[in-house]
Design a protein around this ligand. Structure first.
Ligand code: SF4
Ligand code: SF4
Length: 180
């Protein structure tokens, strides 16, 4: 197994709803086929129809392999995060890259724990979406000081995660899970 393959199998952050909200299909992707394979693809009709499926991805296995690897859509085939590129180019080594993934995962796990303490158990939604929904909820109801204190910790964790994501993972102005 190559170092980049080892890295991705230890990571999965671009599939599990941490870095992104979902995957948008591109020309050449077969939405009906992906749907038949179990991905909940939705097509939004408009002047330019858009098909996408949400993350955490239904095809992501517990060992962080992709159940649909051979059939995965184009974005999944072509996406390489900054860390992946750096490892591939020899600008970092595997142990350092794995430490960075572990650190990022710890911050994301902390954010998920805080969301659970705030009674958000919608694990099927991306982390960014859950955070924004909680933000809306607590702006509408500021009566619980304990919840507001937890939300302050959550905001800090999400801020740390955004910094890590922008500095070490995102490669361009991607539509991300952690957008403002
Ligand atoms: S975020 Fe990068 S290192 Fe992690 S699985 Fe995706 S491409 Fe691989
Ligand atoms: S289809 Fe596979 S590669 Fe694409 S987001 Fe889902 S688990 Fe990741």
């Amino acid at each position: 197994m190559t170092p980049t393959e080892q890295l991705c199998l230890a990571c999965g952050l671009c599939c599990d709803g941490t870095l992104f909200d979902g995957v948008q299909l591109e020309p050449g992707d077969d939405a009906a086929h992906l749907k038949a394979l179990g991905l909940p693809v939705t097509t939004y009709r408009g002047r330019k129809p858009v098909s996408r499926f949400p993350q955490p991805c239904a095809a992501l296995c517990a060992d962080r392999t992709c159940r649909l690897y051979a059939d995965r859509p184009k974005q999944c085939r072509t996406f390489e995060c900054k860390l992946f590129k750096q490892l591939h180019a020899g600008e970092t080594d595997l142990p350092a890259a794995l430490r960075l993934v572990a650190k990022t995962r710890r911050v994301a796990d902390q954010a998920r724990r805080l969301l659970r303490r705030l009674k958000d158990i919608e694990e099927q939604r991306s982390l960014g979406e859950r955070f924004h929904r909680m933000d809306d909820r607590l702006r509408a109801d500021t009566s619980d000081p304990a919840a507001l204190a937890l939300f302050a910790d959550l905001s800090l964790a999400i801020h740390r995660l955004k910094l890590l994501a922008h500095e070490r993972f995102y490669t361009r102005a991607e539509k991300t899970s952690l957008a403002e």
